[in-house]
Design a protein around this ligand. Structure first.
Ligand code: ADP
Ligand code: MG
Length: 576
């Protein structure tokens, strides 16, 4: 009895692992049915070559059922090894898919019928048969029950006809549970290099297969179908996840690029630590290296959130200047963790422009006032000169008093002008607005008198306090009253001051030309002016300053009768 065969390989014929078995008379008497699980193509081809050449040598009928490319390679090898066309024509070849499949599905009955017909055809001719068949397996068709049935009946054909049948399966793709079933239906098990008796082969169990066995195999097919379905679903899910992942990755990339290229500065922080700054940010923060630093330490909050949700922050630059930003923040995610995204709009330029605007308007007012003041100063000076002349002769108390009065008037006017020219301190001071209005009156009287205009201050009390940047509020009233003077020929300007619950209201009432609705709508627009030498900046600056003090300006007007500018400012939280 053949137990175990290992074949050393050298030369064409010796490489046939099968040859010892196919030359063994004892084995041949029963017929030889081999299950060959192959792994390496080259060895497979060599084994097939050995199988064919041995058959040709022994004048046996060789039948090959395999893939066309394998057969073509074998024929080529035979030709180079000197086999003639006549020899090769003795080999019968059938493509394996044609032999085993019907409509891409393994067909047991037809395959067995074809096998039986072939075998009996050649047996009748008195030929000894050797058949090599690579069984076609459709991976998506669970066919263990069919294969098992086919191979059992094939085993029967082998026993009856005493032929050699080698059934080959690709060991790399045929699953182990099918290979195990094949070990039960073939007496011999072969790999590329070895051949042994199959430990599971029991002839008595094969024909016919018991009902229980058929049920077991069918259940196996069902289980596999279920697993395959499950697998397909998982694959679908996996594909879907992959698809979504790539969409997410794409959109993430898009947003990253967008944020990177936005013309506003973007800063992302985790627990207040700066983890990301976009391109504009890096430019805008100058040489300040802010990566990794604490946001709240670098950026000083100067105002709390306003109505559009923006707060103002400033950043100290290495050159000791400040850069100002309007900032809004939103919660976000950064690299899988919660984070804060800050959007910073650079206000530095805008602030600078505002400052310049206030300054230029102030300079223009100061310039205009200076002319009037020069005139106003000349009068007391002429008087002083006259009285000094008189004093040279006599000494008179009345003259001295007049001189004193005139000198203090010069003093008062010039000091008012100086206050206006003083740089803004930008700090809030508790200020008596009634006194402030009186001072402004002093300054503007010089112009008013020239045009025969009287300025009158009406107030229910002498002291009303507000918190303000004094020079700026002064600038507001100078402009409003000056505008009033400029639209009147003669008459009276009344400055009416009322203390309300939380506010002080100052009405500047003139008897000037008045304004149409169209003009009223344009008030406060930069460069809107009807005057030849006007700047059109005065009211804009007024609105800005009063707005910054949390106050407002309302205007009512009647064409031909006059206008009223009502300035409302919050009372001081310290005094009153
Ligand atoms: P400017 O005085 O340089 O013209 P303003 O901003 O101070 O600039 O004023 C803008 C315009 O508003 C003036 O040119 C004038 O036409 C109009 N206006 C301002 N105040 C009055 C007023 N009291 N009565 C009528 N028109 C006024
Ligand atoms: Mg003006």
């Amino acid at each position: 009895m053949l137990r175990y065969i290992i074949n050393g390989s050298s030369g064409l014929n010796q490489q046939n692992v099968l040859s010892q078995l196919t030359n063994n008379d004892e084995a041949l008497q029963k017929g030889v049915h081999v299950f060959y699980a192959f792994y390496e193509r080259e060895k497979y081809i060599n084994n097939l070559l050995g199988f064919i050449t041995e058959g040709l040598t022994k004048r046996q009928q060789v039948i090959i059922v395999d893939k066309i490319d394998i057969y073509e390679e074998v024929i080529e090898k035979l030709t180079t090894n000197g086999y003639k066309k006549d020899d090769i024509e003795l080999i019968v070849f059938v493509e394996n898919d044609t032999f085993y499949l019907t409509n891409a599905s393994f067909d047991v009955d037809r395959s067995i019928q074809m096998l039986k017909d072939t075998v009996s055809l050649y047996l009748e001719k008195g030929l000894f048969l050797r058949i090599w068949g690579q069984v076609s397996l459709q991976m998506d068709e669970p066919a263990v029950s069919k294969l098992r049935l086919y191979e059992s009946r094939c085993d029967e054909v082998v026993a009856e006809s005493k032929t050699i049948i080698v059934c080959t399966y690709n060991g790399l793709i045929v699953p182990a549970y099918i290979q195990n079933e094949m070990l039960k239906t073939h007496e011999y098990f072969m790999t590329d290099d070895q051949i042994v008796l199959s430990p599971f082969y029991r002839k008595e169990n094969l024909n016919p297969l018991s009902n229980g066995e058929i049920r077991r195999l069918q259940k196996l097919d069902k289980d596999i179908t279920f697993l395959q379905d499950q697998n397909k679903k998982l694959q679908k899910l996996y594909d879907e996840i992959n698809r979504k992942k790539s969409i997410i990755e794409r959109s993430e990339k898009f947003y990253r690029n967008l944020i990177e290229e936005l013309p506003v500065s973007i800063v992302i922080t985790k627990n207040d630590h700066i983890v990301y700054v976009n391109h504009t940010g890096i430019k805008s923060f100058d040489s300040v290296d802010i990566q990794g630093k604490a946001f709240s330490k670098l950026f000083d909050k100067t105002t709390s959130a306003t109505k559009n949700g923006l707060s103002e922050y400033k950043l100290l630059l290495p050159n000791h200047e400040f850069r100002y930003f309007a900032v809004k923040w939103i919660p976000t995610w950064f690299e899988g963790e919660s984070a804060a995204l800050y959007i910073l709009i650079d206000l530095t330029e805008q602030k600078l422009n505002e400052k310049l605007m206030v300054r230029s308007e102030k300079l223009s007012i100061a310039g205009e006032l200076a002319a009037g003041i020069a005139h106003e100063i000349r009068n007391p000076l002429t008087a002083i000169k006259g009285f000094v002349k008189l004093l040279e002769d006599t000494s008179n108390e009345i003259y001295l008093t007049i001189i004193n009065d005139e000198i203090s008037r010069i003093e008062q006017i010039s000091s008012e002008l100086l206050i206006l020219a003083k740089p803004h301190s930008e700090t809030l001071k508790v200020t008596n607005i009634v006194a402030l209005l009186n001072n402004v009156k002093t300054l503007l009287d010089t112009q008013a008198i020239l045009k025969n205009i009287e300025i009158e201050i009406l107030s229910d009390r002498k002291e009303i306090y507000i918190d303000c940047e004094e020079t700026k509020i002064r600038q507001v009233f100078i402009n409003i009253i000056k505008n009033a003077i400029e639209v009147m020929d003669k008459g009276k300007i009344i400055i009416l001051t009322k203390k309300l619950k939380d506010f002080v209201q100052v009405d500047v009432i003139d008897q000037g030309t008045g304004m149409s609705q169209e003009m009223l709508d344009k008030l406060g627009e930069p460069f809107f002016t009807t005057k030849e030498k006007g700047t059109g900046l005065g009211l804009m600056v007024c609105y800005k300053i009063v707005g910054n003090h949390n106050g407002k300006i309302d205007v009512t007007s009647q064409v031909g009768e006059g206008s009223t500018f009502s300035v409302t400012l919050p009372l001081s939280s310290w005094a009153n």
